[in-house]
Ligand binder design. Structure first.
Ligand SMILES: Cc1ncc(COP(=O)(O)O)c(C=O)c1O
Length: 437
């Protein structure tokens, strides 16, 4: 059929959109919830035993999830917890991070990363990013000081950055390395699954993540002693005996816990989802890279550098433009072509609308807010060294620049070939109009 002028004309200018039906929601695991989840959750309900450690007839869903997680990804220890945020707090406590310490973290992350550091009483030391949208190696090295205690390395938007180099730097300087894999579950780099590079790694099973149990998370590590601390701290601060009851008698394992256990109901759902994780990430990866390859002919769009596309878990496609103005106009025009999810979804947007992922968008950081009346931890005498740090925009030039001129497309886990074709067609149509191609 001949292409009409109306079809050439951008939808944002009154032309016919490429599609009118919304794309699916960008909630990777949610679409896959089915009989398997129902069966395992039902089993817990039927047994009247939703607590993981003991009960009338425990089903040990959480324990099975942890065991299978270790088997699938090659971790020595895994502990399921109530959220990715709790996992981060526990990881920092396990490494004994506190006042007087700095934790190095990239300026593109999620608010939970900063919140865990501040709640530990430590100071976030922000590091710039590079074209991987993860921590920049050179900037990291320049910011390591005698105050540095740990690196919190966040594998943003589905794929790790320079994780091998950063693990080497951590080792060289004797720093703890926590990998935050909340956004990259099921991902890997050059054959090594995420979570195997650092001392401790954390995951989230919240609704927007690659697999979901509504809320939930996981902590993995290889060191036995560290894991003993992690287990005690996620609970009430003590070990449990074989019968699942507290054993406070061991003086080497008496801490303050945060009550972040995973219930067996959540465990049942997470277990069913974890068995689908490879298929979910495989579907997103294939769709995303088909789009990227088709659009590689458009030099005005610079795609995020993904070091190992085979290990990309695939939930987001990030692209940068020459400047902020063309970025905003381009993303709005693509969206107008019908490339968006249902009302309320965040599937196609300039990254300046990506909220609490950017350091200067976090008011509790820029204003150094406290949960207590005394201004802790900013006012703690051991943190006086950090009193001059200003977290407002301007601290990290690459972060600031990429924030302004980058756009993000969520890749739903159930895109059909026709959906992918529409996405490609919409990008090409807008590129033809805006870049005279
Ligand atoms: C990078 C990152 N870290 C931590 C979290 C916190 O996870 P949760 O929402 O399970 O507390 C999230 C998700 O929201 C995240 O994206």
């Amino acid at each position: 059929m001949p292409v009409t002028d109306q079809e050439h004309k951008l939808a944002i200018d009154g032309g016919t959109p490429v599609r009118t039906t919304p794309l699916p929601w960008e909630l990777p695991g949610a679409h896959w919830i089915g009989e398997e989840e129902r069966e395992l959750v039902d089993r817990v309900l039927r047994s009247q035993s939703p607590f993981r450690f003991y009960g009338i007839d425990p089903q040990y869903m959480v324990e099975t999830l942890e065991r299978e997680w270790c088997e699938t990804y090659g971790h020595k220890h895994a502990l399921a917890v109530s959220s990715g945020t709790a996992a981060l707090s526990i990881a920092l406590s396990a490494l004994e991070v506190g006042p007087g310490d700095e934790v190095l973290v990239a300026g593109y992350m999620w608010v939970s990363c900063i919140s865990a550091i501040v709640r530990a009483g430590a100071i976030p030391r922000l590091v710039d990013i590079d074209d991987t949208f993860c921590m920049d190696v050179k900037d990291l090295e320049s910011k390591i000081s005698s105050r540095s205690r740990a690196i919190l390395l966040v594998h943003m938007s589905g794929a790790p950055g320079h994780v091998t180099e950063i693990a080497e730097i951590a080792r060289k300087h004797g720093l703890g390395l926590i990998e935050d894999c909340a956004q990259a579950a099921g991902g890997s780099q050059n054959g090594t699954p995420v979570g195997r590079f650092g001392d401790i790694a954390t995951f989230s099973f919240q609704m927007n993540k690659n697999m979901t149990s509504g809320d939930g998370g996981m902590i993995v590590c290889k060191d036995d002693e560290l894991f003993r601390r992690i287990v005690a701290m996620h609970d009430l601060g003590y070990a449990r005996n074989e019968a699942g009851r507290f054993d406070p008698s061991d003086e080497t394992c008496q801490f303050w816990g945060i009550g972040a256990r995973m219930s067996d109901l959540t465990g049942a759902m997470a277990l069913a989802q974890s068995r689908k994780l490879g298929r979910i990430t495989g579907a997103m990866r294939r769709a995303k890279w088909r789009i990227r390859e088709a659009l590689s002919e458009i030099p005005e769009i610079q795609f995020r550098h993904v070091i190992d596309p085979e290990g990309d878990s695939g939930p987001f496609m990030i692209m940068s433009f020459e400047d902020a103005d063309i970025c905003s106009r381009f993303m709005a025009a693509v969206k107008a072509e019908g490339i968006h999810g249902p009302e309320g979804s965040l599937s196609c947007l300039p990254m300046r609308d990506w909220g609490l992922h950017w350091y200067f968008n976090i008011p509790s950081l820029t204003e150094k807010r406290s949960n207590s009346r005394d201004g802790y931890p900013w006012t703690h005498p051991d943190n006086a060294f950090a009193s001059q740090i200003d977290y407002h925009r301007g601290l990290l030039p690459v972060c600031d620049d990429l924030h302004d001129r980058s756009g993000l497309l969520s890749i739903a886990s159930i895109l059909t070939d026709a959906d992918v074709d529409d996405i490609i067609q919409a990008f090409r149509k807008v590129a033809a109009a805006y870049f005279n191609r």
